[in-house]
Design a protein around this ligand. Structure first.
Ligand code: MN
Length: 310
């Protein structure tokens, strides 16, 4: 099979059992999320996307009781695995993990990678209000490091206390316009301060939306933290060593240029966030973005090939 030249890594679906549990209503958007076949591949073909690495839609199984999470994560991964088998070379998978039961989540990650051929895992932000730096989640990262697969930290709505204090007056800001960014940015910063990367020096984390503003803030965060706490390495050093960023839902030349300047082009990977963004505008944006042809090819697929061993 030829290596995929254009790869996207934050592309979502809804598995039937989670759709039923959440009582999702029919809509054009839900119709796309339900599809793991011709509708999806047609939308990929329109934009010349070779491969989607597919993941369960927000909030996946992060907020279920432990027993249901284990059962439904497994079912979700099995559904996705069937779709990957039916579309060789077009679909790949990031595992859904039952984070409410961390030990089971680590085992499910291993099953998904070793038995189903998944490329890593995606976690939808908070688990019952807890960030992943909580020590109880360490077995998941330990297993990801042992399997040498990345964990994609995806946004979810902020903690209810933050929702109330920050967004009660402007609920429209609570999701993608601002709230998701605050939630995920905080999440990634907490992982670094928790010492996670000293415990697992080979651990790899992916963040979407060009790092949720982290590249823009990296100098200031690194500078001020260096004067306030003792860390084995500088904050920016951890970020540049352990994080990869995708362009999901962030088709901005200015943000891309800043991300490349802070991270290096080899850390930036193309993604859409389908179906919440359309494929074609993302493709057209990166086709015209102000980078060399060599860098464009690396962002479109070369970097993902290396990280995910495609
Ligand atoms: Mn997404």
């Amino acid at each position: 099979m030829p290596q995929p030249k254009v790869v996207c890594l934050e592309e979502h679906f809804t598995s039937p059992k989670l759709r039923e549990l959440r009582g999702e209503k029919d809509s054009p958007l839900q119709c796309k999320l339900d599809d793991l076949g011709a509708l999806r591949t047609r939308a990929m073909d329109e934009a010349g996307i070779d491969l989607q690495v597919i993941s369960e839609n927000n909030p996946a199984t992060q907020n279920l009781d432990a027993e249901s999470a284990v059962k439904l994560a497994r079912a979700s991964n099995d559904v996705l695995h069937e779709a990957v088998r039916a579309h060789p070379g077009r679909f790949a998978g990031f595992a859904t993990l039952p984070t409410p039961d961390p030990k089971a989540a680590a085992d499910e990650l291993e099953r998904a990678v070793s038995k189903l051929g998944f490329k890593g895992a995606m976690i939808m932000g908070l688990t019952h209000g807890r960030f992943m730096d909580d020590k109880k989640f360490r077995p998941i990262f330990e297993r990801a490091a042992a399997l040498d697969v990345p964990v994609y930290i995806h946004p979810t709505p902020p903690h209810p206390a933050v929702m109330d204090a920050y967004f009660k007056d402007y609920p429209v800001l609570s999701g993608a316009p601002l709230g998701f960014t605050l939630e995920t940015l905080t999440h990634t910063y907490r992982l670094i301060l928790s010492g996670l990367f000293d415990e697992f020096p080979s651990l790899k984390i992916i963040v979407g939306h060009l790092g949720e503003t982290a590249p823009f803030l990296l100098w200031r965060t690194t500078d001020t933290l260096s004067r306030r706490i003792k860390m084995p390495r500088a904050f920016g050093d951890y970020y540049r060593t352990h994080f990869w960023l995708t362009t999901s839902g962030a088709f901005s030349d200015a943000a891309l240029t800043c991300s490349i300047a802070e991270m290096g082009v080899e850390r930036i990977m193309f993604s859409i966030d389908w179906p919440f963004q359309e494929n074609l505008p993302g493709r057209k944006w990166l086709d015209a973005a102000p980078v060399s042809e060599r860098d464009r090819a690396a962002i479109f697929g070369g970097n993902a090939q290396k990280l995910l061993k495609l």
